[in-house]
Design a protein around this ligand. Structure first.
Ligand SMILES: CC(C)(COP(=O)(O)OP(=O)(O)OC[C@H]1O[C@@H](n2cnc3c(N)ncnc32)[C@H](O)[C@@H]1OP(=O)(O)O)[C@@H](O)C(=O)NCCC(=O)NCCS
Length: 164
């Protein structure tokens, strides 16, 4: 499917960002690896097709690399996630960061497949990481996708080739 573009979000996109985050994450607060992010205040990439927003990625960039805090394609399987991840890697490279990384959860088998098919490697596993996050954000459900108990965090990392 063509016509897909990705651009950096600007302040005028705030309402769109909040709406997408709320739909996917039950609010703008995201807790991962013990850190609470207010994701609507993070830098973001918006995917658009024919003027309509079709995906959102928020990130945090520091000396440790570019962390993808959220990535969402409300209609999955049309190339949006791939385009967002590629754009995030470009942002990281431009900033001189050595890696793109993110935390996902033990139930998210579709995302685990998606990330690994795009070259990311499992770089850490935190048993009970989601249980700890739930103490900070009690709305996190006890049971996740495929009826799998939601307990653990997995870190996935894409090392960026400095030669590219
Ligand atoms: C995971 C996600 C970001 C992937 O984005 P996407 O736009 O669906 O991905 P693309 O269309 O670029 O790529 C499709 C690939 O993703 C896989 N995929 C992952 N989840 C899928 C889903 N629910 N439906 C269809 N395909 C899915 C497909 O198998 C396909 O894999 P392949 O090309 O390697 O064979 C998106 O499905 C999504 O938003 N999921 C819900 C939110 C979420 O879990 N975010 C990640 C939290 S860590």
């Amino acid at each position: 499917m063509g016509g897909l573009t990705v651009r950096a979000a600007v302040p005028e996109d705030r309402a769109t960002v909040v709406e997408l985050l709320t739909r996917s994450w039950r609010g703008v607060t995201v807790v991962a690896h013990g850190v609470r992010y207010q994701a609507d205040t993070l830098p973001a990439l918006l995917a658009e097709r024919a003027g309509t927003t079709v995906g959102l990625l928020t990130y945090h960039l520091d000396r440790d690399g570019l962390e993808v805090v959220t990535i969402d394609a409300p209609v999955p399987g049309t190339g949006v996630g791939t385009a967002l991840l590629r754009a995030a890697a470009e942002v990281a490279r431009t900033a001189g960061a050595g890696r793109v990384w993110l935390v996902t959860t033990n139930d998210n088998l579709d995302a685990l497949r998606f990330y690994q098919r795009r070259g990311m490697r499992i770089s850490a596993v935190a048993p009970g990481g989601v249980d700890a996050a739930r103490r900070l954000k009690p709305g996190i459900p006890l049971v996740g996708q495929y009826g799998i108990g939601l307990h653990d965090e997995l870190t996935l990392t894409l090392d960026l080739d400095p030669a590219r």
